[in-house]
Design a binder for this molecule. Structure first.
Ligand code: PRP
Length: 179
């Protein structure tokens, strides 16, 4: 069913059930890869909050959970490229295995910036898990991006943590803009 958020119309792209099934598959891989590594999961707010919560429910290895907040969209439908560092990661990640959790990699600008910033803190490793990747939009490829739940077309999407004008984050599926 199509929905309206502020002035834009959206149609379903990925259902809640499909998201949950894919999250379980990714968690199987992470539980295997990080069995004895006590990883630190670092969520990139705000968009990650639903994905992070559902992913962590499937993680069975000992792990820590932390957050940082960056933003580049500032409410609109395209990345502004100006990254605002809203709050820093407070956990000491020196010699720790870090798993960054992102809702979406669009141009890759945010991830490129964050991986470079955290690398200076000398973690044992950094891996990125992203719910969504727009392969056709990537301008900054990030080699640490190892797990992607869904590759999607280069279209504006909302739901399951992602917003338009700060609205729509509460939707349990992902919707794309009707153009
Ligand atoms: C989104 C998303 C990523 C970034 C991706 O954040 O969560 O961090 O944009 O775009 P990029 O690959 O072009 O850098 P946004 O600025 O919308 O902030 P939010 O998570 O608080 O919604």
């Amino acid at each position: 069913m199509n929905i309206k958020i502020a002035d834009l119309a959206f149609e379903p792209l990925i259902t809640a059930d499909t998201i949950q099934t894919r999250i379980k598959e990714i968690a199987v891989d992470l539980n295997k890869d990080y069995a004895d590594k006590a990883p630190v999961f670092v969520g990139v707010l705000n968009g990650c909050f639903m994905f992070m919560a559902d992913l962590l429910k499937e993680i069975t290895v000992p792990c820590e959970v932390a957050f940082t907040k960056l933003s580049s969209y500032h409410g609109g439908v395209t990345s502004t490229r100006r990254i605002r560092d809203d709050f820093d990661l407070l956990t000491d990640i020196t010699n720790r295995h870090v798993i960054l959790v992102e809702d979406i990699v669009d141009t890759g600008n945010t991830l490129d910036y964050l991986v470079a910033k955290l690398s200076h803190r000398k973690p044992a490793s950094i891996t990125v898990v992203a719910l969504l990747l727009k392969p056709d939009a990537v301008e900054y490829p990030v080699e640490e991006l190892k797990h992607v739940a869904f590759q999607i077309p280069n279209e504006f999407v909302v739901g399951y943590g992602l917003d338009y004008m700060e609205l729509g984050r509460n939707l349990n599926g992902i919707y794309k803009r009707v153009v």
